[in-house]
Design a protein around this ligand. Structure first.
Ligand SMILES: N[C@@H](CCC(=O)N[C@@H](CS)C(=O)NCC(=O)O)C(=O)O
Length: 339
């Protein structure tokens, strides 16, 4: 997707360019080893945010260091690119471990002839500098289920075997109508396709409002991948999807159950502490010049209402089941306080 060109057709998502799998036993050719890989994200990106949440909840922070790109991106050869800058903690505008300025360099290290899109999240092999995977969904699932002994003791099971079918079923609707639906609305090339996309967004939100009225979490009685996939869209909804993507029939805060559900997650370790509202607003409004030509970044809403009581404990369930909460956010990875 070229966020700075006028859309002429409905947004189309290509399969991940690279999708090597990393597991504890190395059965697909790559073994999970501490410090071997670097996880490149952008704090604005909902697809990268999923993986950042999984990394926190599974305690992979030490084993899998994080590299944060600049939310403003940089125009290279006419297209916005993910780059490492001083503003986001990379001295001399280069990632201190990979030594590169643009994430594209890791794609080219892997395949010198590569001329496709460059997306986050991306897993990079440190010794070779090669891109390993930009498959956002598989990356998170593998970290949650395949990284064996590198995962912390007490990590919750985010993808329980017995619930996988239901998690995937819920996830299909959430992906189509919300995760991707908000982009279909925001980048719709004409009125009819906007109407269709935005209708699906709110039909899905209405259905989720009903589902979450009597239950604390989407599937089962604890946090699973299903909640992580939904949260990363909900937490951006009023800040960017409502205005910038024209999903403005209602705001998230007008849905009593969904809004309380989203706040419950936000206040759970791993969720709010990986959410960077400034990066979110700056990225969307500044980079998508096709739909916001001035690049002016909208001011609101005030995010402090994310900290208000939600009373969802009354529905039962515990966020981490038999597991425990993750420890504090490592120094250097803290997002600004809302206080
Ligand atoms: N690449 C995946 C999802 C990841 C994704 O779209 N990330 C965005 C940021 S939110 C990105 O990096 N876009 C730049 C591009 O695709 O050129 C897909 O398209 O299904």
């Amino acid at each position: 997707m070229r966020a700075n060109r006028m859309p002429t057709e409905e947004i189309k998502r290509d399969p991940a360019a690279f999708d090597d799998r990393v597991t504890a036993d190395g059965r697909y050719g790559r073994r999970a080893e501490p410090g071997r890989y670097r996880l490149v994200v952008n704090r604005a990106c909902p697809w990268a945010h999923r993986v950042a949440i999984v990394r926190r909840l599974t305690g992979l922070e030490q084993a899998l260091p994080l590299a944060v790109t600049d939310p403003r991106q940089e125009i290279i050869d006419g297209d916005p690119h993910w780059v490492f800058t001083e503003a986001t903690g990379s001295p001399g505008d280069r990632d201190p471990v990979l030594g590169i300025h643009a994430l594209r360099e890791a794609y080219l290290a892997r395949d010198p002839g590569y001329d496709g899109g460059v997306s986050v999240p991306a897993l990079v092999d440190v010794p070779s500098g090669h891109l390993v995977s930009n498959d956002y969904d598989r990356l998170g699932l593998d970290m949650a289920t395949e990284w064996g002994g590198l995962v912390r003791a007490g990590a919750p099971d985010l993808y329980p075997q017995a619930l996988r079918e239901e998690i995937e079923e819920v996830g299909r609707g959430v992906y189509r109508d919300l995760n991707n639906g908000v982009y279909r609305s925001g980048f719709a090339p004409d009125q009819a396709r906007y109407d269709r996309a935005v209708r699906a967004v709110f039909t899905r939100l209405d259905a989720l409002e009903e589902r979450l009225t009597g239950r604390r979490y989407l599937v089962g009685d604890r946090v699973t991948i299903a909640d992580i996939r939904l949260f990363t869209t909900l937490v951006r909804f009023d800040a960017v999807y409502h205005g910038h993507f024209k999903c403005n029939r209602r705001k998230l805060i007008e849905y009593p159950a969904l809004w309380a559900y989203a706040r419950d997650l936000f206040q759970t370790p791993g969720f709010g502490d990986t959410t960077h509202f400034d990066h979110i607003r700056v990225h969307y409004y500044h980079v998508h010049t096709a739909i916001n030509p001035s690049g002016i970044v909208a001011v609101g809403p005030d995010p402090r209402n994310w900290l208000t009581p939600h009373h969802r404990e009354e529905l039962g369930g515990t966020p981490f089941g038999d597991g425990t909460a993750p420890g504090p956010v490592p120094a250097g990875e803290r997002v600004p306080d809302l206080g």
